[in-house]
Design a binder for this molecule. Structure first.
Ligand SMILES: Cc1cc2nc3c(=O)[nH]c(=O)nc-3n(C[C@H](O)[C@H](O)[C@H](O)COP(=O)(O)OP(=O)(O)OC[C@H]3O[C@@H](n4cnc5c(N)ncnc54)[C@H](O)[C@@H]3O)c2cc1C
Length: 307
């Protein structure tokens, strides 16, 4: 338990190391990261998405890289996102798009984010592609939800994420109810203080179950994004008990995690979507995943020595 906490903090610390980030960019994803990242460009990810689709898995792609430093960079990121949407449509991929508002300038100028989002969503609506706004750390949560609400009315194909570790998560699900939200429900990936978030895993897990039940019984499409058997089993029991149809929810997992379980869920008739990150900025994502589950180190280390 103590070892787990130390390694979690260690990898979260490493995830912010600029020197290692630069080195990672130089060496590329081949030293283990390619097991959980789709490539350094969207073109590299296309054959992989085709393979996943062929296996019956749906996909959501995420262009890695959270923070931008200028308006120009934020506009470039929006343009790249539009190009990804066009490529998904052109290659007839079964894929949605996930994005982070900080990459579109959330910390620079909220008007700019709205402009960027509107351009992205115009293209996405035109081509029938769903976009989900990932949830970042708690300091950005309420701004993200305000933007979600402002956009959802005009762009129905828009989803966002609620993290069950936040005390206010249930309140957020209630507030979103009138917007008929498409919600991805997760436990939460950032290091948050006891002021805003449950610190005990059991409370985070119980709260996630409550949120899943609430959003499904509210009648909204729900993505249950977890690798945890207890959460998967809970959802399966819940939908059976309440007669919730399979087309009102889906399971989501990160690319490279629990592949066998993903295929078992498919065989049981459930929709399964794989979250596939790509891009040059894979280093921070890779380290955060290692922090979450140090067992992932095994294949990363193996990757270094076998390639
Ligand atoms: C598709 C997707 C999108 C996400 N989007 C966001 C987001 O926008 N914002 C955000 O903050 N977080 C996001 N997350 C991350 C999420 O918040 C959690 O940090 C992450 O999913 C770990 O929690 P968990 O529910 O998978 O299980 P955990 O609580 O980490 O693990 C519980 C149990 O599940 C099993 N397990 C977990 N991982 C594995 C594995 N790799 N292999 C085998 N068994 C495993 C183990 O038995 C483990 O004890 C996302 C996660 C997914 C899957």
């Amino acid at each position: 338990m103590i070892l787990e906490a130390i390694s979690k903090n260690f990898f979260l610390y490493l995830s912010k190391n600029k020197v290692l980030d630069r080195m990672a960019k130089r060496f590329g994803t081949k030293f283990g990261a390619d097991k959980i990242v789709g490539g350094e460009t969207f073109s590299q990810a296309i054959p992989l998405i085709e393979t996943l689709n062929h296996e019956g898995l749906q996909v959501t792609v995420d262009h890695l890289g959270e923070f931008v430093n200028s308006k120009k960079e934020a506009r470039e990121r929006a343009q790249e996102c539009i190009e990804t949407i066009q490529a998904i449509s052109h290659h007839q991929l079964n894929s949605e798009v996930s994005l982070k508002l900080t990459s579109l300038g959330l910390d620079i100028d909220e008007e700019l984010v709205m402009e960027n989002m509107e351009q992205i969503l115009e293209e996405a609506e035109k081509l029938g592609i769903t976009v989900t706004i990932d949830m970042e750390d708690s300091s950005r949560c309420e701004r993200t939800l305000a933007i979600y609400k402002a956009l959802k009315e005009n762009y129905p194909n828009l989803g966002t994420v609620i993290q069950s570790y936040l005390y206010k998560s249930e309140e957020y699900v209630d507030e979103l109810d009138p917007y008929r939200p498409y919600l991805r429900l997760v436990k939460g990936a950032y290091k948050e203080s006891g002021k805003v978030a449950f610190q005990e895993k059991q409370k985070v897990d119980e709260n996630l179950k409550g949120l899943i039940k609430k959003n499904l019984l509210n009648g909204h499409y729900t993505a249950i994004a977890s690798h945890d058997d207890a959460i998967l089993d809970y959802t399966k029991r819940l939908v059976k008990e309440h007669g919730i149809p399979n087309d009102q929810f889906e399971f989501q997992m990160l690319y490279g995690m629990r592949n066998q379980t993903q295929h078992e869920l498919l065989k049981e008739g459930y929709t399964v979507r794989v979250y596939l990150p790509y891009g040059e900025d894979w280093y921070g994502y890779f380290m955060r995943r290692l922090a979450e589950r140090p067992a992932n180190i095994a294949f990363a280390v193996k990757g270094i020595f076998t390639k």
